[in-house]
Design a protein around this ligand. Structure first.
Ligand SMILES: [Zn+2]
Length: 183
């Protein structure tokens, strides 16, 4: 199974404040849950994870930031720029790309972990979330579908931080589209 690093739960900056440049604290919840595009070492998009996990991957030296979303994360004396795109430093083979795109396989890929709050739940308590909502043109693809708990799903609704809309990274999604007949 791929992605053990992507799905690892390292120390997360849960107790830190976060604010956008020039404004004061707006609470850490929203920004830490912002979707971050994960690229393979070869620059192929392979996954989407929450910002807090992306930061952990960068801090662990597993990935590097390719783009930032303009937020800072403040922890002790440290100010960390929040990424919108990260890239793994080591190439990772992605076996799931040949599998049928299905709810079951996406939950499997995400190890039954909500990709926004990192909670591990039984399949019955997880749903699939379109990171870019369908109403905004988000496709039903491996890259745009993630496991999501009902609570995060409700919270997110149709919101979508505009990071990916402006990053240009979304264009690379088209090369990864899968038929959704298996739904
Ligand atoms: Zn959740």
């Amino acid at each position: 199974m791929n992605g053990s690093m992507l799905r690892s739960h390292g120390p997360t900056p849960a107790a830190v404040g976060m604010h956008r440049e020039g404004t004061h604290r707006e609470g850490n919840g929203h920004a830490l849950h912002a979707p971050v595009l994960v690229l393979n070492a070869s620059y192929e998009p392979i996954n989407v994870c929450a910002a807090r996990r992306a930061i952990v991957l960068v801090l662990k030296g597993v990935a590097m930031t390719e783009e930032e979303n303009g937020h800072f994360l403040h922890a002790a004396r440290l100010a960390i720029r929040v990424p919108s795109v990260i890239r793994l430093l080591e190439y990772r083979r992605i076996p799931h790309q040949t599998r049928a795109l299905s709810r079951k396989n996406i939950l499997l890929r995400d190890r039954n972990t909500c990709q926004y709050c990192a909670e591990v739940l039984p399949s019955s308590e997880l749903t699939l979330d379109h990171v870019v909502p369908r109403s905004r043109g988000g496709a039903s693809t491996w890259e745009n579908l993630v496991a999501c708990c009902h609570s995060c799903n409700r919270q997110k609704g149709n919101q979508f931080p505009d990071v990916r809309m402006t990053s240009g990274a979304s264009t690379s999604f088209t090369s990864f589209e899968f038929p959704v007949s298996s739904f």
